[in-house]
Design a protein. Sequence first.
Length: 334
Amino acid sequence: MPGQHGRGDSGLDTQPAWGRADNSGVMARRRHYAPEQDLVHVSFKCVGDAFLMRPDAYTSFVIASALAGAAEKYGVRIHAFGILSSHGHLELGIRGCRLDSFMQHFKSRTAMELNAHRGRDGAFFKQRYRCEPILSEEAAVGIELYVHAQAVSHELVERAIEWPGLSSYAAVSEGRASVEVSWFDDEAWREAGAKRSERQSFVHVASVPLTPLPHRAGMSESALSAERRALVARMKEVELEVSRKRRSEGARRLPRASRYTSEDPNGMPSRDREKTPQPYAHGSEAEVRAYREAYAEVMVAYERASARYRESGRLCPFPAGTYPPRIAIARDVL
């Protein structure tokens, strides 16, 4: 199948090229987020880029349940999400929350359920997720589009609305407060010997809550409608751009979206796709530069506090938003 097997993000370029930390384009996990930092863009991949999250009914239900459960437990606000077979993207609000705990809960629940479903064990996700701060309203709107356009920009479907997997695009563009995902437990229904009229009792529903982007809070309904229409208009531009590029390259028509629900979950994409560097943050050059400078200052203070802590074994003030390193402290035995 095209797209997921190696065609590039040809339809969209919202990420500023800031922050390559190594040749792989993946930087080390940040040890600090400013307490006032809220919006972030998070992405994660299945191990080996395998299609372990292919969009069948049960898989979508499991992922939606894990997202909803993690959001409820840790208070993280979900603004947008798009899940493809091999990877996913989230736009989140994390002020006052622990993103690491949210991601650990989400990934562990998803991995446990889908490993059992696929009769496999071992790692499900790559160890490290990627996360970049979103520094402005304009960048937030750009990432919203980027997340929702994943299936289009990877050349899996002609239109974003056609993707059979999990995406918040339809709900956000229609102004709905959640994404509802249902799954019928056919096996339990048959084992119970239940009647056809009792099928509804075996339908499970996961509801992923959606929170409007911060700058939309308090907007009138007419203003919100205008924002939704703008999102749809920008998406159409992306769809047309990707379609034109594919036709100019002489590529064949895309397969029906339903074919992705039956692809081999252990399959992997081709390796001809170029790696892109991970952005340091999303915003204008001036905003990203200021963020980098502030982060560097915090890290200098963090390293000084960490050195004192390691030498003395006694806690001392650490910069806001950071945590002391874990160290083994020798204790005298009386």
